[in-house]
Design a binder for this molecule. Structure first.
Ligand SMILES: [Zn+2]
Length: 234
């Protein structure tokens, strides 16, 4: 998932029951997971050691099968993680994994044949490393995308998956139903702003520098705690 879900929509849900500054801290912590080398990897770093472990601990928590991602209903590890969160920073990091488990279901964090989507369709896809959802580029993370998964032979409608993730976040937060409006006809950046405005929070870019100097160390420690907990759990 991208910024619109991890930051804007999370803040929007959280703000229905928290103060705007608490909702903002939780959403900031959530989106940070995609912003630091401690917790994510990009095209330049996926071949470096530890990339798979980072992806497993923060974006592709293995389900009950011990291997690929599945949604929290079936994922005890993920539910334990959410239950352990002691503050808004820890909960933000844990909720990132929860949301990603909807968009990343059926993918393995790291290198696996199971992730291979286009082995027969394109020579380039067949030689590109089967790392996470590499073969599908950004499709699984885009709110508006509807795409075909040749592994399951299903048409995936991301909006449905992402709305289900939002419903689960609401349940975890004990936030009242329907408080999150979806703005399907607006463009990506407008959608972000609308969710943020409705929540009364500032855009991530406006608060990030200040929050990093205030909460950065705490956030890093919380991320390391989550990594240790998840990697020790299988
Ligand atoms: Zn992620």
């Amino acid at each position: 998932m991208e910024h619109d879900q991890h930051y804007s929509r999370t803040a929007n849900i959280a703000a229905t029951i928290l103060r705007a500054d608490e909702a903002q801290l939780l959403a900031w912590s959530n989106w940070m997971v995609d912003c630091t080398t401690l917790t994510t990897c990009n095209a330049a770093t996926w071949l470096l050691p530890g990339a798979g472990r980072r992806m497993k601990a923060f974006h592709f928590i293995p389900g009950t099968n011990g291997f690929w991602c599945d949604i929290p209903d079936y994922n005890m590890r993920l539910r334990d993680l959410i239950g352990r969160a002691g503050d808004w920073i820890e909960l933000g990091i844990a909720l990132h994994a929860l949301q990603d488990s909807y968009s990343h279901q059926d993918f393995v964090g790291g290198f696996s044949k199971h992730n291979s989507g286009f082995a027969y369709a394109s020579w380039w896809r067949s030689v590109s490393p089967n790392f996470c959802h590499n073969d599908f580029v950004k499709l699984p993370d885009m709110y508006d995308a509807v795409w075909y998964d040749p592994r399951t032979e299903l048409i995936v409608d991301n909006e449905k998956r992402f709305d289900a993730a939002a419903a689960y976040v609401r349940a975890v937060m004990k936030a009242p139903p329907r408080q999150t409006r979806v703005f399907p006809t607006v463009r990506y950046d407008d959608r972000k702003r609308k969710w943020e405005e409705e929540a009364g929070v500032q855009p991530f870019e406006d608060i990030h520098k200040d929050y990093w100097s205030k909460y950065g160390r705490k956030w890093q420690k919380a991320a390391v705690r989550q990594r240790t907990f998840i990697l020790n759990s299988f």
